[in-house]
Design a protein around this ligand. Structure first.
Ligand code: ATP
Length: 237
């Protein structure tokens, strides 16, 4: 089967600091992969390199077979790639719905109402607050708008950087349930998560990143059952 996202031997970094030392990973359509690992080992840099915010020095990135490693950011979005960054970067003065509509800037006007319906169906709280300014939302609601705005782009591969960051356990559950519900045969997710136990029953595969490489990958239950992995990489979480 053709991978939704395929990364091979990706090398990238900042100025004279290499961060990714040959990352390879494939995500199948219809699945969710989670990227875990110690802080500062390149998870965010991987997402930024795939979305084109950090240039790749070498290696290949493909979306459903289409090579994008030298494409401009907007061309990657047009190819179906969505990146929901840490901190959401919402427009605080604009309403929930206006923020959501911003995500659909590359789509035709006729597709927007259906896309909005989909977001509101999965995050009903946003439907209730559609006219409220983004700056007045709670942290969890903001995260939902960030993810919803990504969905509005109609992406086939959604990368979400730490959807659970700073949120209460109940809200984290709602966010992950929303994501699970958004799973479709023609869509794939890559999420960064610091706590692998949250991903049991949610992520299809866990990829462990260490020192700029994918060191290991397997199911969430395999991670939870592996003392070595938990103790070596995750400080016994
Ligand atoms: N703009 C930048 N310029 C220079 N170095 C950077 C820049 N952004 C990140 N780095 C460095 O690159 C390395 C990897 O950072 P990255 O944010 O990818 O890690 P991470 O695994 O996502 O960690 P975290 O979970 O803490 O976000 C770190 O050493 C970081 O200091």
């Amino acid at each position: 089967m053709m991978a939704a996202l395929s990364v091979s031997d990706l090398v990238a970094g900042y100025h004279n600091r290499p961060v990714l030392h040959g990352v390879s990973l494939d995500i199948e359509p219809g699945t969710m992969a989670a990227l875990i690992g110690p802080n500062g080992h390149g998870k965010t840099t991987l997402l930024k390199t795939v979305s084109g915010l950090v240039p790749a020095r070498s290696g290949a990135i493909r979306i459903f077979g289409q090579a994008i490693e030298t494409a401009m950011v907007h061309e990657r979005v047009a190819a179906g790639l969505v990146h929901v960054p840490q901190g959401d970067q919402l427009f605080g003065e604009m309403s929930v719905e206006e923020n959501l509509r911003m995500g659909a800037y590359l789509r035709s006007a006729s597709e927007v109402p259906g896309a909005l319906e989909e977001v509101y169906a999965f995050f009903p709280r946003l439907a209730e607050r559609r006219g409220q300014s983004a700056s007045s939302l709670s942290g969890g609601e903001r995260r939902m708008v960030g993810i919803g705005r990504g969905l509005m782009a109609g992406g086939k591969v959604m990368m979400i950087d730490e959807p659970s960051l700073g949120l209460a356990p109940l809200i984290i559950e709602q966010i992950y349930e929303g994501l699970r519900g958004l799973s479709r045969a023609d869509r794939a997710f890559l999420v960064v998560e610091e706590n692998p136990s949250r991903l049991i029953g949610i992520a299809d595969r866990i990829c462990l990143m260490d020192a700029g490489r994918i060191e290991w990958s397997g199911t969430a239950a395999e991670v939870a059952g592996s003392r070595d992995i938990l103790e070596t990489y995750l400080g016994g979480h």
